[in-house]
Design a protein around this ligand. Structure first.
Ligand code: PGA
Length: 250
Protein backbone atom coordinates (compact mmCIF):
# COMPACT_ATOMS: atom_id res chain seq x y z
CA UNK A 1 0.00 0.00 0.00
CA UNK A 2 1.23 3.44 -0.91
CA UNK A 3 1.42 6.04 1.81
CA UNK A 4 -0.65 9.19 1.49
CA UNK A 5 1.57 12.13 2.34
CA UNK A 6 0.37 15.71 2.68
CA UNK A 7 3.30 18.10 2.64
CA UNK A 8 3.36 21.85 3.02
CA UNK A 9 5.92 23.88 1.12
CA UNK A 10 6.28 27.17 2.91
CA UNK A 11 8.82 28.51 0.39
CA UNK A 12 10.47 31.76 1.58
CA UNK A 13 7.90 32.46 4.27
CA UNK A 14 7.76 32.58 8.08
CA UNK A 15 10.14 33.78 10.75
CA UNK A 16 11.05 31.54 13.67
CA UNK A 17 8.22 32.95 15.81
CA UNK A 18 5.70 32.51 12.99
CA UNK A 19 6.92 28.95 12.47
CA UNK A 20 6.42 28.07 16.12
CA UNK A 21 2.97 29.56 16.42
CA UNK A 22 1.68 27.96 13.20
CA UNK A 23 2.97 24.54 14.20
CA UNK A 24 1.54 24.78 17.71
CA UNK A 25 -1.81 25.66 16.17
CA UNK A 26 -1.60 22.81 13.65
CA UNK A 27 -0.77 20.33 16.41
CA UNK A 28 -3.85 21.46 18.33
CA UNK A 29 -6.04 20.95 15.27
CA UNK A 30 -4.76 17.44 14.60
CA UNK A 31 -6.72 14.72 16.35
CA UNK A 32 -4.00 12.06 16.35
CA UNK A 33 -6.27 9.83 14.26
CA UNK A 34 -4.94 11.13 10.95
CA UNK A 35 -3.90 8.27 8.72
CA UNK A 36 -1.96 10.44 6.32
CA UNK A 37 1.62 11.47 6.93
CA UNK A 38 2.08 15.18 7.42
CA UNK A 39 5.25 17.02 6.44
CA UNK A 40 6.12 20.71 6.67
CA UNK A 41 8.81 22.20 4.44
CA UNK A 42 10.13 25.14 6.43
CA UNK A 43 12.86 27.60 5.41
CA UNK A 44 16.39 26.76 6.61
CA UNK A 45 16.32 29.39 9.35
CA UNK A 46 13.20 27.84 10.92
CA UNK A 47 14.17 24.18 10.70
CA UNK A 48 15.55 23.82 14.20
CA UNK A 49 12.54 25.43 15.87
CA UNK A 50 10.17 23.53 13.56
CA UNK A 51 11.67 20.17 14.58
CA UNK A 52 11.30 21.14 18.25
CA UNK A 53 7.76 22.43 17.78
CA UNK A 54 6.49 19.16 16.26
CA UNK A 55 8.06 16.89 18.87
CA UNK A 56 5.58 14.28 20.06
CA UNK A 57 3.29 14.81 17.06
CA UNK A 58 2.92 13.00 13.75
CA UNK A 59 4.31 15.93 11.79
CA UNK A 60 7.73 15.62 10.16
CA UNK A 61 9.93 18.42 8.90
CA UNK A 62 11.39 18.91 5.43
CA UNK A 63 14.05 21.24 4.11
CA UNK A 64 13.36 22.89 0.76
CA UNK A 65 16.77 22.24 -0.77
CA UNK A 66 20.27 20.95 0.05
CA UNK A 67 23.70 20.79 -1.53
CA UNK A 68 24.86 17.28 -2.49
CA UNK A 69 28.08 17.20 -0.45
CA UNK A 70 28.61 16.42 3.22
CA UNK A 71 30.76 19.50 3.88
CA UNK A 72 33.35 21.73 2.25
CA UNK A 73 33.99 25.01 0.47
CA UNK A 74 30.47 25.70 -0.85
CA UNK A 75 29.70 29.17 0.47
CA UNK A 76 26.07 29.68 1.35
CA UNK A 77 25.05 26.05 0.97
CA UNK A 78 23.53 23.56 3.43
CA UNK A 79 24.57 19.89 3.56
CA UNK A 80 22.51 16.75 4.20
CA UNK A 81 24.62 16.15 7.29
CA UNK A 82 23.53 19.52 8.70
CA UNK A 83 19.88 18.70 8.02
CA UNK A 84 20.15 15.30 9.69
CA UNK A 85 21.86 16.93 12.64
CA UNK A 86 18.75 19.07 13.19
CA UNK A 87 16.34 16.13 12.97
CA UNK A 88 15.05 16.96 9.49
CA UNK A 89 13.63 13.89 7.73
CA UNK A 90 12.58 15.02 4.24
CA UNK A 91 14.00 17.32 1.59
CA UNK A 92 12.16 18.93 -1.32
CA UNK A 93 14.35 18.74 -4.44
CA UNK A 94 14.07 20.10 -7.96
CA UNK A 95 11.13 22.41 -7.29
CA UNK A 96 10.19 24.29 -10.46
CA UNK A 97 11.16 27.57 -8.81
CA UNK A 98 14.68 26.22 -8.32
CA UNK A 99 14.79 24.86 -11.85
CA UNK A 100 13.63 28.23 -13.18
CA UNK A 101 15.43 30.82 -10.98
CA UNK A 102 18.53 28.86 -10.05
CA UNK A 103 18.91 26.94 -13.30
CA UNK A 104 19.02 23.52 -11.63
CA UNK A 105 19.43 20.72 -14.15
CA UNK A 106 18.05 17.19 -13.99
CA UNK A 107 21.61 15.94 -13.60
CA UNK A 108 22.27 18.15 -10.57
CA UNK A 109 18.90 17.24 -9.07
CA UNK A 110 19.74 13.55 -9.54
CA UNK A 111 22.98 14.09 -7.63
CA UNK A 112 20.95 15.65 -4.82
CA UNK A 113 18.41 12.80 -4.78
CA UNK A 114 21.15 10.18 -4.51
CA UNK A 115 23.02 12.14 -1.87
CA UNK A 116 19.85 12.71 0.21
CA UNK A 117 19.11 8.97 0.12
CA UNK A 118 22.63 8.13 1.19
CA UNK A 119 22.08 10.25 4.32
CA UNK A 120 18.69 8.71 5.08
CA UNK A 121 16.73 11.80 4.06
CA UNK A 122 13.54 11.21 2.07
CA UNK A 123 13.66 13.19 -1.16
CA UNK A 124 10.51 14.78 -2.55
CA UNK A 125 11.41 15.08 -6.25
CA UNK A 126 9.34 17.77 -7.96
CA UNK A 127 8.58 17.49 -11.64
CA UNK A 128 6.07 19.16 -13.94
CA UNK A 129 5.47 20.69 -17.34
CA UNK A 130 5.10 24.36 -18.22
CA UNK A 131 2.00 25.76 -19.89
CA UNK A 132 3.64 25.83 -23.32
CA UNK A 133 4.64 22.17 -22.95
CA UNK A 134 1.05 21.18 -22.21
CA UNK A 135 -0.28 23.30 -25.06
CA UNK A 136 2.22 21.72 -27.45
CA UNK A 137 1.32 18.17 -26.39
CA UNK A 138 4.67 17.66 -24.66
CA UNK A 139 3.38 16.97 -21.13
CA UNK A 140 4.43 13.32 -21.01
CA UNK A 141 7.75 13.93 -22.76
CA UNK A 142 8.76 16.65 -20.27
CA UNK A 143 7.67 14.72 -17.19
CA UNK A 144 9.24 11.50 -18.44
CA UNK A 145 12.59 13.22 -18.94
CA UNK A 146 12.47 14.78 -15.46
CA UNK A 147 11.61 11.42 -13.87
CA UNK A 148 14.12 9.38 -15.85
CA UNK A 149 16.98 11.82 -15.34
CA UNK A 150 16.03 12.83 -11.80
CA UNK A 151 15.88 9.21 -10.64
CA UNK A 152 18.68 7.86 -12.86
CA UNK A 153 20.83 5.06 -11.41
CA UNK A 154 18.63 4.40 -8.38
CA UNK A 155 18.08 0.84 -7.23
CA UNK A 156 14.52 -0.37 -6.57
CA UNK A 157 15.27 -0.24 -2.84
CA UNK A 158 16.19 3.43 -3.20
CA UNK A 159 13.33 4.29 -5.56
CA UNK A 160 10.71 3.08 -3.12
CA UNK A 161 11.94 5.66 -0.60
CA UNK A 162 11.47 8.58 -3.00
CA UNK A 163 8.33 10.71 -3.19
CA UNK A 164 7.54 12.20 -6.57
CA UNK A 165 5.57 15.45 -6.59
CA UNK A 166 3.86 16.20 -9.88
CA UNK A 167 3.42 19.95 -10.01
CA UNK A 168 2.30 21.40 -13.34
CA UNK A 169 4.14 24.73 -13.41
CA UNK A 170 1.09 26.56 -14.78
CA UNK A 171 -0.88 25.55 -11.67
CA UNK A 172 1.66 26.72 -9.06
CA UNK A 173 0.55 29.80 -7.19
CA UNK A 174 -1.87 30.71 -9.96
CA UNK A 175 -5.12 29.43 -8.47
CA UNK A 176 -5.47 27.24 -11.57
CA UNK A 177 -5.62 23.60 -10.55
CA UNK A 178 -5.45 20.64 -12.88
CA UNK A 179 -8.86 18.94 -12.85
CA UNK A 180 -8.79 15.66 -10.92
CA UNK A 181 -9.13 13.77 -14.23
CA UNK A 182 -6.29 15.69 -15.87
CA UNK A 183 -4.05 15.20 -12.86
CA UNK A 184 -4.93 11.50 -12.64
CA UNK A 185 -4.08 11.00 -16.32
CA UNK A 186 -0.62 12.51 -15.86
CA UNK A 187 -0.04 10.69 -12.57
CA UNK A 188 -0.85 7.42 -14.32
CA UNK A 189 1.60 8.23 -17.10
CA UNK A 190 4.26 9.07 -14.53
CA UNK A 191 3.62 5.75 -12.78
CA UNK A 192 4.08 3.97 -16.11
CA UNK A 193 7.47 5.65 -16.52
CA UNK A 194 8.34 4.53 -12.97
CA UNK A 195 7.20 1.01 -13.87
CA UNK A 196 9.48 0.94 -16.89
CA UNK A 197 12.35 2.00 -14.61
CA UNK A 198 11.63 0.08 -11.40
CA UNK A 199 9.07 -2.62 -12.26
CA UNK A 200 6.45 -3.41 -9.64
CA UNK A 201 8.19 -1.16 -7.12
CA UNK A 202 6.43 1.67 -8.99
CA UNK A 203 3.17 0.64 -7.32
CA UNK A 204 4.64 1.57 -3.95
CA UNK A 205 5.98 5.00 -4.89
CA UNK A 206 3.95 7.92 -3.54
CA UNK A 207 3.10 10.49 -6.23
CA UNK A 208 1.84 13.76 -4.80
CA UNK A 209 -0.06 16.41 -6.71
CA UNK A 210 0.93 20.05 -6.29
CA UNK A 211 -0.32 23.29 -7.80
CA UNK A 212 -3.00 25.37 -6.09
CA UNK A 213 -4.25 22.47 -4.00
CA UNK A 214 -6.56 23.88 -1.34
CA UNK A 215 -9.23 22.98 1.20
CA UNK A 216 -11.90 23.02 -1.54
CA UNK A 217 -10.31 20.88 -4.25
CA UNK A 218 -8.17 18.50 -2.16
CA UNK A 219 -10.79 15.82 -1.59
CA UNK A 220 -11.55 15.30 -5.27
CA UNK A 221 -7.89 15.26 -6.22
CA UNK A 222 -6.91 12.87 -3.44
CA UNK A 223 -9.75 10.51 -4.37
CA UNK A 224 -8.04 9.70 -7.66
CA UNK A 225 -6.28 6.34 -7.94
CA UNK A 226 -2.76 7.51 -8.64
CA UNK A 227 -2.79 10.69 -6.53
CA UNK A 228 -1.20 9.77 -3.22
CA UNK A 229 -1.02 13.08 -1.46
CA UNK A 230 -0.27 16.70 -2.03
CA UNK A 231 2.54 19.22 -2.00
CA UNK A 232 0.81 22.39 -0.92
CA UNK A 233 2.22 25.90 -1.16
CA UNK A 234 -0.10 28.83 -0.42
CA UNK A 235 -2.74 26.81 1.44
CA UNK A 236 -0.13 25.36 3.81
CA UNK A 237 0.72 28.73 5.31
CA UNK A 238 -2.27 28.77 7.65
CA UNK A 239 -3.14 25.95 10.03
CA UNK A 240 -6.87 26.35 9.33
CA UNK A 241 -6.62 25.71 5.60
CA UNK A 242 -3.86 23.11 5.87
CA UNK A 243 -5.80 20.98 8.37
CA UNK A 244 -8.70 20.81 5.91
CA UNK A 245 -6.37 19.34 3.28
CA UNK A 246 -5.01 16.85 5.82
CA UNK A 247 -8.59 15.84 6.65
CA UNK A 248 -9.38 15.45 2.94
CA UNK A 249 -6.64 12.84 2.77
CA UNK A 250 -7.92 10.77 5.69
P1 PGA B 1 0.86 26.36 -4.55
O1 PGA B 1 2.38 25.86 -4.57
O2 PGA B 1 0.07 25.37 -3.76
O3 PGA B 1 0.91 27.71 -3.91
O4 PGA B 1 0.41 26.41 -5.98
C1 PGA B 1 2.71 24.50 -4.67
C2 PGA B 1 4.20 24.33 -4.75
O5 PGA B 1 4.88 25.15 -5.39
O6 PGA B 1 4.75 23.38 -4.16
Amino acid sequence: MRKTIIAGNWKMNKTVEETKSMLIELKKLMTGKESVEVVIGAPFTSLESAVKAVEGSRISIAAQNMYPKSSGAYTGEISPEMLKDLGVEYVILGHSERREYFKESNEFINEKVKCALSYGLTPILCIGEKLEDRENGRTLEVNEKQVREGLANLTNEEAVKVIVAYEPVWAIGTGKTATPEMAQETHKEIREVLKAMFGDTSEEITIQYGGSMNAKNAKELLAMNDIDGGLVGGASLEAGSFIEIIKAGL
